[in-house]
Design a protein around this ligand. Structure first.
Ligand SMILES: Nc1nc2c(c(=O)[nH]1)N[C@H]1C(S)=C(S)[C@@H](COP(=O)(O)O)O[C@H]1N2
Ligand SMILES: [Mo]
Length: 421
């Protein structure tokens, strides 16, 4: 059996293949098995499931053969039921959309069971008219929909540990997801209420037992904030804020208040607990930086990654996600030799602002120890930092807003580990 000869050029050292190879027809990886005769191609051979009609229509979810694809680290604080997080299994997903059932969850006091018939959104404070809206009222306003990511600012915080944590992508980086969010631009509702000249911020509060409350500058609210009622086409799931949440494109997840109940227009930030004692960034000079809203430019190679070990040498697809809270991803660079040489990755065609962007490259693994890294750059000129650079100036144990370059080492047996380079 003869395998097809490869025809490609390398773009950086240690096997990174020029990204244009995907554009050429006949770029074979050589991983397919040769089959004898015509039985496979002519369809004479029938698998068992081709011998009788399939099952009927129904409400079924994903294939039972993919039941391992579920949210990971589903954990609550000791003694509580719903104060914790569950994480998106990024290493098993492709493209940019996170199926709603796999969207990460982060709750501070569980998921409230809200009756949409009695739920109201109140707008008050420094406004000309205080307003209240039922779900039916809101349905009548203009809606928009956009594909954007949501990331917890605690995502990847495990990477501040002195030794690289040996966990998979989901467990380390799974507090980021991306959905098509639909809802009402908040500026429409605030214009209707009429903002008084002293109104410069809002404080948004949720209808959960934690009464999560966050201050947001009015500028952001009037720019692109929405009251999200829909997620990937269906009403938002209870775990993600049903029947409505605040959605602030590109800004830290915590400020996207779920189960939204009140918006109060204020003259300044309200200094709630979740923007002072939590979700602030302590520096090594003792000063805490507050209100770090936009999530930094970031990328993660999701495959190969820990748990998706390489079984034999040869061609592999490197695939991952990149995002920035400040705009669009302009470029993702890849290294297979621990950052010595870099090559551009291919970006999938949907490159959207404040969204996930899928990147890919081909890589020829020659069976030796290798280190895979990705580095993202956004259209505002922000470059993903390395870990050492990220840690600089921060107090010990400060873990919010971690966006440093991730390195995966591949040993000579194809096993993949998390490493600090
Ligand atoms: N009312 C309320 N809103 C909330 C929270 C909460 O506990 N209660 N958690 C916040 C945090 S820390 C994050 S990261 C996001 C998580 O959104 P998700 O669960 O839809 O992924 O919601 C934010 N909004
Ligand atoms: Mo969060």
């Amino acid at each position: 059996m003869k395998k097809k000869k490869f025809n490609f050029t390398f773009s950086a050292d240690n096997g990174l293949v020029d990204r244009r190879c995907f554009l050429k027809s006949g770029f074979g990886v050589g991983a397919g098995m040769m089959v004898a005769g015509a039985n496979a191609s002519e369809g004479k051979y029938r698998d068992d499931w081709m011998r009788k009609p399939g099952s009927g229509m129904g409400e079924s979810g994903p294939s039972i053969h993919e039941s391992h694809i579920k949210r990971s680290n589903v954990a609550s604080q000791p003694g509580t039921l719903g104060s914790g997080a569950s994480r998106t299994p990024l290493q098993f997903l492709d493209g940019i959309i996170t199926p709603s059932r796999l969207h990460f969850e982060r709750h501070h006091s569980g998921i409230p069971d809200i009756n949409p018939q009695s739920h109201r959104l109140f707008i008050h404070g420094l406004v000309d008219r205080s307003l209240s809206f039922s779900m039916n009222d809101l349905q009548r306003y203009q809606h928009v929909s956009r594909i954007q990511f949501l990331e917890c600012s605690g995502n990847s915080g495990a990477m501040i540990a002195p030794n690289a944590p040996q966990r998979d992508v989901s467990q380390i980086h799974g507090l980021v997801s991306c959905s098509e969010w639909g809802g009402i631009p908040l500026n429409i509702l605030l214009d209707e209420a009429g903002i008084k000249p002293e109104g410069k911020w809002i404080v948004a509060s949720g209808a959960d037992a934690a009464v999560m409350s966050r201050s947001v500058p009015l500028e952001k609210i009037m720019d692109d904030a929405i009251i999200a009622t829909h997620q990937n086409g269906e009403p938002i799931r209870p775990s993600n804020g049903y029947p409505m949440r605040l959605f602030l494109p590109g800004w830290e997840g915590n400020a996207c208040v779920k189960w939204l109940k009140t918006i109060k227009v204020t003259s300044g930030p309200s200094m709630t607990k979740d923007e002072t004692s939590k979700y602030s960034d302590l520096r090594d000079d003792g000063i805490a930086e507050l209100f770090t809203f936009p999530m930094g430019v970031k990328s993660i190679i999701t495959s190969p990654s820990p748990g998706l070990d390489l079984l034999e040498r040869g061609i592999y697809q490197i695939s991952g996600i990149a995002w920035s809270g400040s705009g669009k991803i302009k470029q993702v660079e890849l290294s297979a030799d621990g950052g010595k040489t870099w090559a551009k990755a291919e970006l999938d065609s949907h490159v959207l602002s404040k969204s996930l962007t899928r990147f890919r490259s081909a890589w020829k693994w020659n069976g030796t120890q290798s280190s895979l890294m990705s580095r993202a750059i956004d259209d505002q000129g922000n470059i993903q930092p390395n870990r050492e650079h990220w840690l600089k100036g921060r107090a010990i144990n400060t873990f919010y807003h971690y966006n440093a370059i991730q390195s995966w080492s591949v040993n000579s047996k194809g096993k993949i580990n998390n490493v600090y380079l």
